[in-house]
Design a protein around this ligand. Structure first.
Ligand code: ADE
Length: 224
């Protein structure tokens, strides 16, 4: 999968894809993330990318022309399954959306900054608008990093133990059960006996029960 990220502050995205699972994905050529500086397409000698709002109001708006030129240029190289705009008023990202996007071949993610982007880009070029939660970040870069992480780890072949993604929280609308590792006793705090029993069926049924209880306690809305 190719993910191109168009943004105003590329340095914010220097590190997130250089570690752990996403690094392995890129080493295996399963995920190629390419960060593009929108200022490269800025207007005039100052490479301007934002301007005041028509109609007045606080906050600058990212201009239509640099975004249009950048997107047009990028579309010459790749056909995108989606052109995604990260925005707090988009559809909320969840596991099922991440599962769906993990099957894409090429994604373009546009990060807003300042007040956001000119509406005409949203109306004419963007195909999907995604929010990572009901709060406002200073820009879309960190939200894009969250999206790439959630999607990237689900790309077939990225996780070593394929089945491990199946047991993540939110797969099947259920939170994951508690997990433990050695030692079996620490300061008198013990690991549930069943996990040490070697009885696979009993362990599976304990995990199901714990996942259900945990979901009931933390996120009863998921069980509706
Ligand atoms: N940009 C600013 N806030 C955001 C959010 N909550 N989700 C996605 N993009 C954003």
């Amino acid at each position: 999968m190719y993910i191109d990220i168009l943004c105003a502050v590329p340095s914010l995205l220097e590190s997130p894809f250089q570690h752990s699972i996403l690094k392995r994905a890129s080493d295996r050529n399963l995920l190629n993330v390419n960060v593009i500086d929108l200022r490269k397409y800025g207007i005039g000698k100052h490479h301007q990318i934002d301007d005041y709002q028509y109609g007045g109001g606080a906050g600058m708006v990212m201009m239509v022309e640099p975004l249009y030129n950048a997107i047009t240029d990028l579309k010459k190289k790749r056909t995108y399954d989606h052109i995604i705009y990260m925005t707090p008023d988009g559809q909320q990202l969840d596991q099922s959306r991440a599962n769906g996007l993990s099957l894409a071949e090429n994604l373009l993610i546009i990060c807003g900054h300042y007040k956001g982007i000119d509406q005409r880009i949203r109306d004419h070029l963007v195909t999907l608008e995604i929010s990572i939660g009901d709060y406002v970040l200073s820009g879309g870069e960190l939200a894009a990093a969250v999206l790439v992480d959630a999607v990237g780890r689900l790309i077939p072949g990225v996780l070593n133990d394929e089945s491990s993604a199946l047991f993540d929280s939110y797969q099947d609308d259920m939170l994951a059960p508690p997990i433990y590792t050695r030692p079996a006793t620490f300061k008198g705090w013990t690991v549930p006996d069943v996990l040490l029993s070697g009885d696979d069926a009993a362990i599976a049924s304990w995990r199901d029960e714990q996942a259900f209880k945990h979901t009931q306690r933390q996120r009863p809305d998921l069980l509706d």
